[in-house]
Design a protein around this ligand. Structure first.
Ligand code: GCB
Length: 608
């Protein structure tokens, strides 16, 4: 006992120490800057043995004395005797941004390394700063510019950037990326997930040109629970740190100035007289201009408050019901990761047809454009990091990684009114090291942003007809959120109304998952697994059962659309698809869709 308390204490100490070592320098609103896109066709080499990275003694070329020898040299044969066993110029091409899996049968199950190469032209100016920005690469990316290594990034869903000022050449340049989606136990996520491990450069690659001293970051949001005050900051990066910054919202006739401190940061508060607050019913966004002596950035920002009072969630002070649905970052029609705004709009539009006002962007950080679309289309968002199932709770590096992914998500999306919940993880099994890890994640997330709710998808256990929610992590969260698969993994649909929830916490209950599979077009009676009727009955009885939970304030059933998963092996019903969608993989509505929509129509009336 003493030993385990001691080791938990030591772990806590370690975890608090790593808490300070976070990179916070990610640029805000990359698409609001001057940039050129490096999206398009990239030459690639599939390299399962990583011969472009390791020599025949398995030592990395980029750590050798010369640093040379890897594919990143992008060499071409110069004379007829020269031996070079690769060639990007003659290599085939992959589309960027997009996962590789959806670009040919050969890639479908591929896990490992693929090298990408792009040539581009640049005219760098002496008085400018240049950032090479990757919106996401799954999972580990080694990036080289003109044969020199810029760095490594781990984490498949968050952006990263390199300062390439002074490294760009006038005229031709070449960027090489080694993308490796190998699953590893100590990473985030870990080896076991119920989604497809799509690899590659899955989101935009941009080269931004900035003033030498530029606005690196800013926050412009309502202060915590305060409809009458905007609070925020501007952070400059570069030599001229002492400047006057201006934040203006022309439509509201707001213009505020502040002076930066020696670190280049200026904080401000702006009193609000009259404004239209952002809500799903009226997703009003204002043009906001942030400027300094040397730079100017424009954004579109919504303003709203979100808070918990007893068992109610208040949006702009008014009680709301989260009419939600869970969503993966996958277009089933490809099938593959969402590639562009058209794909994203399709998914969110499907959620709207269900009469949703809320989406759970599971189980990792989705595209920034997706969150911006949610802002525009009026959908509240639950945003999550891939702390999923059996993470290595006792490895401080794993914690650091999870924390970094949370940092990058919060830094990126903190100005999005749509985001109302930060989720620190999903279905994590109980243990002391897990409590320490998750407790620290909750506290850390609050320290990053005190204006949003902090939650996690917990698990339940059962005793007879009692469904018990008492995970100790619940103490540290704002919502009671859990996944329960009554009628699918346990119990049969028509028995569900017999169950009662025993919930330890007096907080709003926003259920993160329930669901069951159905093959669209397969019709049978409601007791036949995989039929639309079974799934329909499951939804019907679930909603009856949940109707008894007086603190119920919302839900995000699992899931909007059928999605691909290597864990789903049934050759007739699944064939590598998880069929819990209320839409099929071709976008057809299953019968359960209408049960849920009908319930949401009622909730909309009730919470008018
Ligand atoms: C869960 C997981 C989700 C799975 C789902 C299922 O609890 O959170 O990622 O896909 O169950 O279908 O089993």
């Amino acid at each position: 006992m003493i030993k385990s308390t001691l080791s938990a204490f030591l772990l806590l100490l370690l975890l608090t120490q790593v808490a300070v070592a976070q990179r916070l320098d990610l640029i805000q609103n990359i698409k609001g800057r001057q940039f050129v896109s490096l999206n398009g066709q990239w030459n690639y080499i599939m390299d399962p043995y990583e011969m472009g990275y390791y020599d025949y003694r398995h030592l990395p070329f980029d750590q050798s004395a010369t640093g040379k020898g890897g594919f990143y040299d992008d060499r071409e044969q110069k004379n007829k005797s020269e031996l070079i066993e690769y060639n990007f110029e003659y290599a085939p091409q992959l589309i960027v941004p997009a996962d590789w899996n959806s670009q040919g049968d050969i890639f479908k199950f591929y896990e490992g390394t693929i090298w990408y190469r792009k040539k581009f032209s640049a005219q760098p100016k002496a008085d400018k700063k240049y950032l090479l920005y990757f919106a996401a690469v799954n999972y580990e990316a080694h990036v080289y510019l003109n044969g020199k290594k810029l760095g490594v990034h781990k984490g498949g869903f968050t952006p990263f950037q390199f300062d390439v000022t002074g490294k760009l050449k006038e005229g031709d340049n070449v960027v090489v990326v080694k993308a490796d989606n190998t699953r590893k136990q100590d990473e985030v996520p870990t080896v076991n997930t119920d989604w497809w491990n799509y690899g590659g450069i899955t989101r935009d690659v941009l080269l931004a040109e900035l003033p030498q001293t530029h606005i690196n970051d800013y926050k412009v949001q309502l202060a915590k629970n305060n409809l009458k005050q905007i609070e925020g900051y501007v952070q400059l990066s570069g030599k001229e740190k002492a400047q006057t910054i201006t934040v203006s919202i022309p439509e509201l006739k707001i213009k505020t100035t502040a002076k930066t401190d020696t670190s280049g940061k200026a904080s401000f508060t702006i009193p609000v007289k009259k404004m239209t607050y952002w809500s799903p019913e009226n997703p009003k966004l204002y043009d906001v201009v942030v400027s300094s002596g040397t730079d100017e950035v424009k954004d579109r920002i919504g303003f709203r408050t979100i808070e918990v009072k007893g068992v109610d969630v208040l949006l702009n002070g008014k009680s709301v019901f989260f009419r939600g649905i869970s969503i993966h970052d996958e277009n089933p029609l490809l099938p593959g990761r969402l590639r562009n705004q058209g794909d994203m709009r399709m998914m969110l539009q499907w959620a709207k047809e269900l009469n949703c006002n809320y989406v759970r962007l599971a189980h990792y950080t989705h595209n920034e454009d997706m969150v911006r679309l949610a802002d525009e289309m009026g959908l509240m968002v639950w945003a999550e990091v891939p702390v999923y199932w059996t993470i290595s709770w006792e490895n401080p590096e794993t914690f650091k990684n999870a924390q970094q992914q949370m940092t990058d998500m919060v830094v990126r999306d903190k100005n999005r009114a749509s985001v109302v919940v930060w989720s620190i993880g999903n279905e994590t099994p109980l243990s002391e090291p897990r409590h320490a890890f998750m407790g620290n994640m909750a506290a850390y997330t609050r320290s990053l942003d005190n204006t949003r709710l902090v939650a996690a998808a917990l698990e339940v256990h059962r005793n007879g007809f009692d469904v018990i929610v008492d995970d100790p992590l619940g103490e540290k969260l704002d919502l009671v959120s859990f996944n329960q698969y009554g009628g699918w993994y346990w119990g049969v649909p028509k028995e569900l109304p017999k169950y009662t929830f025993k919930i330890k916490y007096n907080k709003p209950v926003v259920i993160t998952e329930f669901g069951g599979e159905a093959v669209a077009g397969y019709h049978a009676d409601e007791e036949t697994r995989w039929s639309e009727e079974y799934q329909e009955a499951m939804y019907k009885y679930q909603l009856q059962m949940l109707g008894k939970v007086s603190a119920l304030r919302g839900m995000t059933p699992w899931i909007l659309v059928d999605f691909r998963s290597p864990r789903r092996q049934h050759p007739v019903y699944q064939d590598f698809w998880n069929r819990k969608g209320v839409y099929s993989d071709t976008g057809e509505k299953k019968k359960a869709f209408y049960v849920l929509k009908n319930f949401y129509d009622q909730m909309q009336q009730k919470y008018k």
